[in-house]
Design a protein around this ligand. Structure first.
Ligand code: BGC
Length: 748
């Protein structure tokens, strides 16, 4: 034990001079030369086994003080230097003993990194990412991510397996909930905001953690929406739709990237040199580390590209994957591969260097316990101010889909209010998938509690569950009908439980599960106004609701403050402002349905057989991308363009005036889309190229100006060069991807 301390001490002495006068911690990954030399010195004294240990992150769920078997295994692995990080355990009391073991009992004492999936809050649960995206509020999203990082780092977490930057255009895929929706431009901005939130300005600040953008790449394009399924797509689509959010994360300085489980055009992401070297390193200049997804390196065998775990390790390592998650393939096989020339020492050193850089950047190499401070954990985690911010984020995430005859907002003095449905008195589902590890779930505010806390003393609340989400029983319908019959308004809480959302939860059917729709149909018979509140992690099929209920509120899975936020919107304390970041299909048969499609050579025409259409359904979704109502109404002027023609070095300004013509103050998300009217390859009918969220008092008017540059017009041309082509462009500004004003301009 003395040995390792002496070595570490010697290293510090040798390089102390280099550190003097220079910042001891580098900004992001922009490390000082002194750090690289410290890494060189470490590499020079590390055994191969110790190096491979740094490239091994394991999942270890037992308490260190738990069953002896686990304790002995982990202790042995840590003392041999076989582990570089341990994922998904949180809390100073659990992590500190592990860090102590590695620091005190391994030869070099290189501290562990502790990654976790902090997808929407650590202890205070925020709305699921797809919900937060609906706010289009980058500052709010960054703040939410910052709070998640502040709490998680106080709980010992130094790396976050987030943000998920996967574009998703298929709601059958359960992981759509973890991302920003269908659009690359918006998702790129959101991804960068999250990276900034997690990593701050300086990774050496102990309230920051290294981000890990995932899943690289095209995971959201799984064939048939079935999780883990294959992806086969053109390089053009890959680059135009699926890669931009990852590039945006790299530009924002993300420290690590996780590969996806899927293959792309026959090559699994874990062994995909084109992705991991050509694009990530050579084109984008990424200098953090690449980590496998959970057992993805080992899965190369199941994919059928590797004979065994050894070949899997070789393929992954040589393709540019640096760190193995869970399979321990590198640890057990690379030594032999090096002996037989299958893997080079330089490649291993490069991967180790990338991991060590992150450990240096986090400040762990100088103080392994800087994230393991019990007092800080106690004073930082689960604070009321974070819950207040989570409430605001939740309100901003809600999307008002329908409001016939201004049935909403409700009066708090309403006489009798019936609350019906399996999501009304429910604190499990609002927390959303990927919220685990928190110990305050009993505080999740149910819709029932939120509404009860809002209405006047004279209001009578009647509650009936109505049905379950997972069976066909109609036994509670009568009770629901009885209370609905007595009420002035019926608020129905329906949707999708978390057990149907997230990883491994693909669906072929996007109906309300169980007999929820039957319940709604029964309630419709009462003739009472019905407000449906939808809790889900993806678009569900809402066609019947659109035609049969008076109000629809898309309330996703909103986290701790769910019930408060819903009540705020229901009773008008918050004027809804969210807009969908994913199209809501009319039917599963329409999928994929997204706004940024191409025209085809036979675009849709009413009553024409020989055009691209369905004989039994419109092409258009029920609710388009960018759609969402307000209690107010916003009027848009025509677009004023500063020029009708520009050269590549010019900028163009597109201006509209927007007036809040309704009775409530409120926010509007103003959206700018562009269409290239003719290209060397076909171009989408619209592409989001700008947005601004403005707040207008009732009656107030404001000008919104967007600057368009040649960068906004670029795409991959016939030769796959990223260029803007001269010609005509249409610019659209509006309240969603359909309801827009438009103008033409030309690029010389
Ligand atoms: C998921 C990743 C996650 C990892 C570690 C995998 O199953 O695909 O998104 O980060 O597990 O928990």
């Amino acid at each position: 034990m003395a040995t390792h301390r002496n070595i570490m001490k010697a290293l510090y002495l040798v390089f102390a001079a280099l550190l003097l006068g220079a910042p001891t911690q580098a900004q992001k990954l922009d490390l000082s030369p002194g750090t690289e030399q410290r890494i060189d010195s470490l590499l020079a004294i590390m055994t191969l086994e110790e190096k491979l240990g740094q490239l091994t992150v394991i999942a270890f769920s037992s308490e260190v003080t738990g069953p002896e078997g686990d304790t002995i295994d982990i202790r042995t692995a840590l003392s041999k230097g076989h582990v570089g990080g341990i994922q998904n355990i949180r809390g100073v009391d659990r992590l500190r003993p592990l860090q102590e073991m590695v620091v005190n009992e391994s030869r070099l004492g290189i501290p562990l990194i502790f990654p976790s999936d902090i997808i929407h809050g650590s202890e205070v649960v925020f709305p699921i990412p797809l919900a937060e995206a609906s706010s289009w509020d980058l500052e709010a999203i960054e703040r939410a991510s910052r709070i998640a990082a502040t709490e998680a780092t106080a709980q010992g977490i130094t790396m976050n397996f987030a943000p998920m930057a996967d574009i998703a255009r298929d709601p059958r895929w359960g992981r759509m909930m973890e991302g920003g929706g269908e659009d690359p431009f918006l998702t790129s901005h959101i991804t960068a905001a999250r990276v900034r939130g997690y990593q701050g300005d300086d990774l050496s600040d102990p309230s920051t953690m290294v981000g890990c953008v995932k899943h690289f790449a095209a995971y959201g394009a799984a064939e048939g929406g079935r999780d883990y399924n294959i992806v086969d797509m053109s390089e053009r689509r890959l680059r135009e739709v699926y890669l931009p959010p990852f590039e945006s994360a790299v530009h924002a300085g993300v420290g690590s990237i996780m590969v996806s489980f899927n293959e792309i055009n026959g090559v699994p992401a874990s062994s995909n040199e084109f992705l991991l070297k050509d694009i990530l390193r050579d084109e984008w200049g990424f200098n953090g580390f690449v980590i496998g997804d959970y057992t993805s390196v080992g899965e190369l065998v199941e994919h059928g590209v590797a004979e065994d775990l050894s070949e899997a390790a070789q393929l992954a390592m040589n393709a540019g994957l640096d760190v193995d998650l869970v399979t321990q393939a590198f640890l057990h096989h690379i030594e032999h591969l090096m002996e037989t020339g299958g893997v080079s020492v330089d490649r291993v050193d490069e991967a180790v260097r990338r991991m060590l850089r992150i450990k240096f950047a986090l400040g762990l190499m100088d103080d392994p316990y800087r994230y393991l401070d019990k007092a800080r954990e106690e004073s930082t985690v689960y604070r009321q101010e974070y819950l207040d911010i989570a409430r605001d984020m939740a309100r901003k995430s809600i999307v008002l889909l329908k409001n016939d005859n201004n049935v909403l907002p409700l009066e708090t003095t309403i006489g009798k209010l019936a609350l019906v449905g399996p999501f009304i008195d429910n604190r499990i589902d609002p927390k959303g998938e990927w919220a685990f590890g928190g110990s305050h779930y009993e505080d999740i505010v149910t819709m029932l509690a939120g509404i009860q806390g809002k209405v006047s003393e004279d209001t009578q609340i009647l509650y009936a569950k109505g049905c379950n989400t997972n069976d066909d029983s109609v036994e509670y319908f009568d009770e629901a009908m009885r209370i609905a019959d007595q009420a002035d308004v019926v608020v129905v809480g329906v949707g999708e439980p978390i057990s149907m959302v997230g990883e491994g939860h693909s669906r072929t059917n996007l109906d309300l599960p169980g007999v929820q729709l039957d319940l709604l149909k029964e309630l419709r018979k009462t003739g009472k106004p019905i407000i449906a509140i939808l809790l889900s992690g993806r678009p569900l099929l809402l066609d019947w609701l659109e035609h049969n209920v008076e109000g629809i509120i898309q309330a996703w899975h909103l986290g701790h403050e769910s019930g408060h936020a819903i009540a705020d919107v229901l009773f008008g304390d918050y004027n809804p402002s969210g807009k969908l970041t994913v199209s809501f299909p009319l039917s599963v048969g329409q999928i994929p349905v997204y706004y940024s499609h191409k025209t085809t050579g036979r675009p849709f025409q009413e009553d024409l057989r020989w055009c691209s259409h369905y004989i039994d359904s419109p092409n258009t979704p029920l609710y388009p991308f960018g759609y969402g109502l307000s209690y107010s109404s916003f009027e848009y002027s025509e677009i004023y363009l500063s020029h009708s023609e520009i050269s590549p070095s010019d900028t163009l300004t597109a201006t509209v005036r927007i007036r809040n013509a309704g009775p409530y103050d409120g926010s509007e998300i103003v959206q700018l889309y562009i269409r290239d009217m003719k290209g060397s390859v076909t171009r989408p009918v619209k592409q989001l190229r700008g947005f601004e969220k403005i707040f207008l008092r009732s009656g107030e008017e404001q000008e919104v100006a967007f600057t368009i540059t040649v960068e906004d017009l670029k795409f991959y041309d016939l030769n796959m060069d990223y260029v803007a082509e001269p010609g005509r462009y249409r610019v659209f500004i509006g309240k969603n991807s359909v309801d827009v004003r438009e103008q033409l301009f030309a690029l010389r």
